[in-house]
Design a protein around this ligand. Structure first.
Ligand SMILES: *[C@@H]1O[C@H](CO)[C@@H](O)[C@H](O)[C@H]1NC(C)=O
Ligand SMILES: *[C@@H]1O[C@H](CO)[C@@H](O)[C@H](O)[C@H]1NC(C)=O
Ligand SMILES: *[C@@H]1O[C@H](CO)[C@@H](O)[C@H](O)[C@H]1NC(C)=O
Ligand SMILES: *[C@@H]1O[C@H](CO)[C@@H](O)[C@H](O)[C@H]1NC(C)=O
Ligand SMILES: *[C@@H]1O[C@H](CO)[C@@H](O)[C@H](O)[C@H]1NC(C)=O
Length: 355
C-alpha cells in the first residue's frame, strides 16, 4: 500500500433533499442581512468541485459503490450517490449558507432542476490530474461551469453572489502509487499537485466567483485503509506527515493568491485539523474516551469492499449497529455523524466566508 488511500467516490441526489438552515443559522442570517451594506458577504449559490468528500451524486449509478446498499442508509434512507451513510461536507457547507445542497451536475440533463442554489460538479475518484477513470478532473469540472456561463445559465451577477467549495482529498496520490511512483519522488509530486490546485483555484476566482474554499488534506494515515494494518489501533505517521507537507505548500500558495487579490478571496478549510480534533477529542461523538478508527461498514474479505456482493448476491461486508457512533463509514469516508462533527470543528473558518 503506497501512500494515501484508494478513494473511490461518487454520487447523487435528485430532489427532496431538505438540508435547511437550523434556527441558529437562520438567526445568523437575519443578523448578517442587517449588516449587509457594511460589507458582509452572504453567498446564495454554491459551486462544488473535487472528489467524493463533496460529490453528492455525479458518479455513474452502474459503477459507483455510492449507489449501492448500504450507502445512504441514514440519509436519504437508500443509496443515492453519496459516499457515506448520509450527508457529506457539501451538505453541511450548504446548511451553513442557509441554502439547499446544490444539484449534482449530472441531473441537469433531466431538466433545469434547482439551479438557483448553484451546482455540484464534483466526481468521486477524481483529482487535479487524471486518476485512471474516465471521470472529469478538476480542470474539466471547471470547464463544465464555464460552458454554462457561456450559455448564460449563470450571469456575472450570480457568480459574484457565489461561493465555491473545492475538495482535493488524495486521489492524485493514490494514482501516483498505482503508477509505481517512488517515495523519493513524492515531495516533487506533492509540489506539482499543489501547484495545479493553485491554478484551478485562480481559474475559479477569475470566472467571477467571489470566495473560494479549499480543503486541506485530511490525516490520511488515520483512514481505515491505512490503519487496518494495525487492527485500527494506530495512525500511520509517515502518511500523516505527507499530508502535512501537502498542507504546508497549500497554505503558501493560498497566501500568495490572497496577496494578489483584493479581499481574501481564498479560504482554507482545515479538514486536517478538524479530523484530528474529532478523532482525538474525548467524547466528541460517543462519550467514550477515544473514537474508534474502525469503519462502520467493513469488508469481510480483502478482495471486497463496503457494498460488495458475491455471485449469489450475498453481502461481503458487515455494517455496525450505530453509524452515528462511528467516525468512519467505509475505508476512506466519514459517516454523516463524522462529517457533522468535522463541520462543527470548521465553523470558525467558515465564518470567514461572511467577512
Ligand atoms: C506507513 O506508510 C508507509 C508509506 O506508505 C509504509 O511504507 C509503511 O509500511 C506504513 N506503516 C505501517 C505500519 O503500515
Ligand atoms: C484534465 O483533463 C483534460 C481532459 O481529459 C486533460 O486534457 C487535461 O490535461 C487534464 N488536466 C490535468 C491538469 O491533468
Ligand atoms: C507497476 O509495477 C508492477 C509490478 O512491477 C507492474 O506490473 C505494473 O505494470 C506497473 N504499473 C505501471 C503503471 O507502470
Ligand atoms: C497522525 O498519526 C499520528 C501517529 O499515530 C497520530 O498521533 C496523530 O494524531 C495523527 N494525526 C496527526 C495530525 O499527526
Ligand atoms: C505580496 O504582494 C506584494 C506586492 O504585490 C509583494 O511585494 C509581496 O512580496 C507579496 N508577499 C507575498 C507573501 O507573496
Amino acid at each position: 500500500m503506497e501512500l494515501l488511500s484508494y478513494t473511490f467516490f461518487l454520487l447523487f441526489l435528485i430532489s427532496g433533499e431538505s438540508v435547511c438552515a437550523n434556527a441558529q443559522d437562520r438567526r445568523t442570517k437575519i443578523l448578517t442581512h442587517h449588516h449587509h451594506t457594511y460589507g458582509g458577504f452572504r453567498p446564495t449559490k454554491l459551486f462544488v468541485f473535487g472528489d467524493s468528500y463533496v460529490d453528492t451524486g455525479n458518479n455513474p449509478m452502474a459503477l459507483a459503490s455510492s449507489w449501492k446498499a448500504p450507502y445512504g442508509v441514514t440519509f436519504p434512507g437508500k443509496p443515492a450517490g453519496r459516499f457515506s451513510d448520509g450527508r457529506v461536507l457539501t451538505d453541511y457547507v450548504a446548511r451553513f449558507m442557509g441554502i439547499k445542497s446544490p444539484l449534482p451536475y449530472k441531473f441537469l440533463r433531466y431538466g433545469p432542476g434547482k439551479l438557483r442554489y448553484g451546482l455540484n460538479f464534483a466526481y468521486g475518484g477524481t483529482g487535479v490530474f487524471d486518476t485512471h477513470n474516465m471521470l472529469p478532473n478538476v480542470t474539466a469540472q471547471i470547464g463544465l461551469l464555464q460552458r454554462l456561463i457561456k450559455a448564460r445559465v449563470y450571469t456575472k451577477r450570480d457568480l459574484k453572489a457565489s461561493l465555491a467549495l473545492v475538495a482535493v482529498s488524495g486521489n492524485d496520490y493514490t494514482a501516483y502509487g498505482s503508477n509505481n511512483g517512488t517515495r523519493k519522488g513524492l515531495p516533487a509530486f506533492i509540489t506539482s499537485v499543489v501547484n495545479q490546485i493553485a491554478i484551478d483555484l485562480k481559474k475559479i476566482h477569475e470566472m467571477g466567483i467571489r470566495r473560494v474554499l479549499v480543503n486541506t488534506l485530511q490525516p490520511v494515515g488515520c483512514l481505515p485503509i491505512q490503519t487496518v494494518y494495525s487492527s485500527y489501533k494506530q495512525c500511520n505517521e509517515t502518511e500523516n506527515s505527507s499530508a502535512r507537507y501537502h498542507n504546508q505548500l497549500l497554505q503558501e500558495v493560498v497566501t500568495t493568491l490572497n496577496n494578489n487579490t483584493k479581499d481574501s478571496s481564498f479560504i482554507i478549510l482545515d479538514t486536517f485539523s478538524a479530523f484530528n480534533t474529532v478523532l482525538n477529542t474525548k467524547a466528541i461523538l460517543t462519550g467514550k474516551p477515544k473514537l474508534s478508527l474502525r469503519p462502520c461498514c467493513e469488508a469481510a474479505r480483502s478482495d471486497a469492499k463496503c457494498g460488495s456482493l458475491d455471485k449469489n448476491g450475498k453481502e461481503l461486508y458487515t455494517v455496525c449497529k450505530e453509524p452515528k457512533s462511528m467516525f468512519f463509514w467505509d475505508d476512506v469516508h466519514p459517516t454523516q455523524a463524522g462529517w457533522r462533527a468535522v463541520y462543527l470543528a470548521l465553523r470558525s473558518s467558515l465564518n470567514r466566508i461572511n467577512a
